[in-house]
Design a protein around this ligand. Structure first.
Ligand code: SF4
Ligand code: SF4
Length: 195
């Protein structure tokens, strides 16, 4: 835990947190980080919002600040651009590491151990469900499910006029297009679940 002055209470640190991450698919190389900052200098999200700092998140995780990292909004902001992944001199594979930390957060969130404040995982889930069902993103359904889950029916209705404009321009399909190779899509999800 951190107090209002940003001072870390060492008695609340979890020294096993880094091992939990390195045991997660994508998190294997976290302990290689030597805090050079190349990832931060490459990160487009950091350019927009300095609170999103991959080096800092990795440092906090290595220190054992489990609750702060897992409940942080920032782990959901990574755009998966792979700029840091390409440039990291220690091959930390940060893009995948962020995914690994987010997976732990989702699991812990479901168990009630951390509170996830970000709405991003709700949209991620709606997107994943669409891929699983149709093999591609059925945007209309993803948007409706995401907005319903985060803003309720009133929130959804507030987008009615924008929705019609987008539909008129043909930017959204009303029906899903299912790919032919659904067995391959199911195979990918099955392999991921086994990992
Ligand atoms: S670029 Fe790699 S080694 Fe450098 S701070 Fe980022 S993760 Fe750590
Ligand atoms: S992959 Fe994520 S953390 Fe890395 S540079 Fe891109 S947005 Fe930043």
């Amino acid at each position: 835990m951190m107090d209002k002055f940003g001072i870390v209470d060492a008695s609340n640190l979890d020294p096993n947190f880094k091992y939990a991450i390195s045991n997660q698919l994508g998190g294997e190389n976290i302990k290689r980080c030597f805090q050079c900052g190349t990832c931060v200098a490459s990160c487009p999200i950091w350019e927009i919002d300095e609170r999103f700092n991959p080096r800092k998140i990795i440092r906090m995780a290595l220190l054992g600040m489990r609750e702060e990292v897992l409940s942080s909004d920032f782990i959901w902001l990574c755009s998966k651009c792979y700029a840091c992944y390409e440039r990291c001199p220690q091959d930390v594979k940060i893009t995948e590491l962020m995914g690994a930390i987010a997976s732990i957060a989702e699991r812990e969130g479901k168990e009630g151990n951390v509170v996830i404040k970000s709405k991003k995982p709700i949209f991620d889930k709606a997107f994943t469900n669409s891929i699983r069902k149709y093999g591609r993103n059925f945007e209309m359904k993803t948007i409706i499910n995401g907005v319903l889950a985060t803003k309720g029916i009133k929130g959804l209705l507030s987008y009615t006029s924008d929705g019609f404009t987008i539909l008129k321009k043909g930017k959204l399909g009303l029906r899903p297009e299912k790919v032919k190779e659904m067995s391959q899509i199911e195979g990918i999800f099955k392999a991921l679940e086994e990992k």
